[in-house]
Design a protein. Structure first.
Length: 498
């Protein structure tokens, strides 16, 4: 078939074109359309034959569920059996917008749309063309990203046409999208609600609205033989044609490791590429070097990511090495997509010494302490648990002091202390001579306190940071070296003399 490529103004789309697209969907056809996240491949969400066409056009496994997009919040009632109160709160806060929620589906939703599951994923997007198109299509548009399965998601009409020309009836093109990565997906059928795919709506934003949320382990690791409950959970996604590897560690060591890998690849006659921050990119000896933006600017990294991966395809890179992108908020989503694109192939080059990490908490930080210990052990980092050992009420000075004394005595390389806010336990640790404890709630402060203060104990507030953010802060703190700059050495010495 011939794909009609129709270009539209985002704020004032041609309604004749929109109505034509809507008729295609009502007749069982497929139309690609823009959203604020990425371009979607739309079909009638209540028509099982349309769902099958979507799977066929993408080459997508049929057990990978589709998201139904709506343009009126009241239409949600037709799709779900029940609407939890927390879902209403999230809808009030983030709809229309880049949030998908999972519910127990109604009988009206065909199993072909949900990948055979008894649940349905629903999103109310925030894009003028998308909303007009959904309304003209009957109000229920099932849509995955508009790319062939496994390839980087499309952030422009040109990306869609490259992948799907001849497979779909029409492409609605309103230019580059705004966010650049897919929506956050939250499972509302469990308590507490669980993040199945990170996105622009971050764990911390969700915590502020509904309190406790959990994060599915597959967001950062690969689990085989798992039935995917949401898009992007099981299969390799977003991948360039060249082999992608993520290199994680302190900045100096990552640059050295990547350049060694580049030299080895060039000796084999391979065309090489690197994804790095603006500050580092020129230090790499690659054939193709592409900046994802400045350090700490995860919004820019998110917008550029899929275009960068496609650019490596255009320039025929055989192997690609990427810096890891630790960060708060949307940075978690960027790393999730990179991990999927790399098939979870990561090289860790942190040099954290041969000594262990001492870790302690009170009852308020117990759950987060257990998760951080598991996270570190998965990386082969030995931990010494200084307590507490259960959720019974206890006094944080006992455990903050135990960690601090282990660090001061040289029994541990560094320490981590956790209570509800992180304040009291950090004050306690700093009472021990030789300890420089820093309370951090983001990766910037974690990096700077290591570079500038040579901090040797990290304090976290379990009620302030979510699990994923805590992991990012810990990794940044442990993976960052003291700068050794003269002014910083002088100040650290002044602290020690107090």
């Amino acid at each position: 078939m011939e794909t009609k490529w129709m270009k539209l103004l985002e704020e004032q789309p041609d309604m004749d074109v929109i109505k034509e697209a809507g008729q295609i969907v009502k007749k069982g056809g497929l139309v690609a359309f823009p959203t604020e996240t990425v371009y979607g491949l739309g079909g009638d969400g209540l028509n099982k034959e349309a769902a099958e066409k979507i799977y066929a056009a993408k080459g997508r496994p049929s057990d990978n569920p589709l998201i139904i997009h709506i343009a009126d919040r009241h239409d949600l009632e037709r799709l779900v059996k029940e609407l939890p109160a927390k879902a209403e709160q999230l809808a009030d806060a983030f709809w229309p917008g880049p949030l998908t929620m999972i519910f127990h589906k109604s009988e009206e939703v065909p199993c072909e749309t949900t990948g055979g599951l008894s649940t349905v994923a629903v999103r109310y997007p925030n894009h003028p063309v998308a909303l007009a198109f959904i309304k003209e299509s009957g109000g229920f548009v099932a849509a995955p990203s508009a790319n062939t399965s496994g390839r980087p998601s499309p952030t422009s009409g040109a990306h869609v046409y490259e992948d799907l020309q001849g497979r779909i009836e029409m492409l609605l093109d309103s230019g580059e999208v705004g966010i650049g990565i897919e929506s956050t997906i939250v499972d509302m059928t469990v308590e507490p609600p669980m993040i199945l795919r990170p996105g622009f709506i971050t764990e911390e934003m969700l915590l502020q609205v509904i309190g406790n949320v959990t994060v599915d382990k597959t967001t950062q690791k690969q689990i085989a033989d798992m039935a995917p409950k949401a898009p992007g959970m099981k299969y390799r996604h977003y991948a360039p044609k060249g082999e992608l590897t993520i290199v994680s560690g302190s900045s100096r060591e990552v640059k050295a490791a990547i350049n060694e890998l580049l030299e080895a690849a060039k000796e084999k006659g391979l065309r090489t590429g690197v994804i790095g921050t603006e500050e580092n990119i020129e230090s790499y000896r690659a054939d193709i070097k592409i900046s994802a933006g400045k350090k700490g600017d995860e919004l820019t990294a998110a917008r550029r990511l899929y275009s960068i991966l496609r650019e490596f395809d255009e320039k025929k890179a055989d192997v690609i090495y990427s810096e890891a992108f630790p960060g708060t908020g949307i940075g978690q989503a960027v790393m999730n997509r990179l991990l999927k694109a790399a098939g979870h192939k990561v090289i860790q080059v942190q040099q954290r010494g041969e000594k262990m990490i001492a870790i302690g908490s009170d009852h308020g930080g117990f759950d987060l302490k257990e998760k951080v210990m598991e996270h570190l052990k998965e990386q082969g980092i030995e931990c010494r648990d200084m307590g507490c050992y259960d959720k019974n009420s206890c006094d944080y000075p006992v455990y903050g002091r135990a960690v601090a004394k282990a660090v001061a005595a040289g029994e541990a390389d560094k320490g981590i202390v956790i209570c509800t806010t992180g304040i009291g336990i950090s004050i306690t640790a700093n009472k021990v001579k030789g300890v420089r404890a820093a309370l951090c709630s983001d990766t910037l402060s974690a990096r700077l306190t290591r570079e500038h203060n040579d901090a040797n104990v990290l304090a976290l507030g379990a009620g302030i940071v979510g699990t994923n953010l805590a992991f990012e802060i810990v990794d940044t703190f442990l993976g960052t070296d003291f700068s050794q700059a003269e002014r910083h050495v002088k100040r650290v010495n002044m602290i020690e003399e107090l």
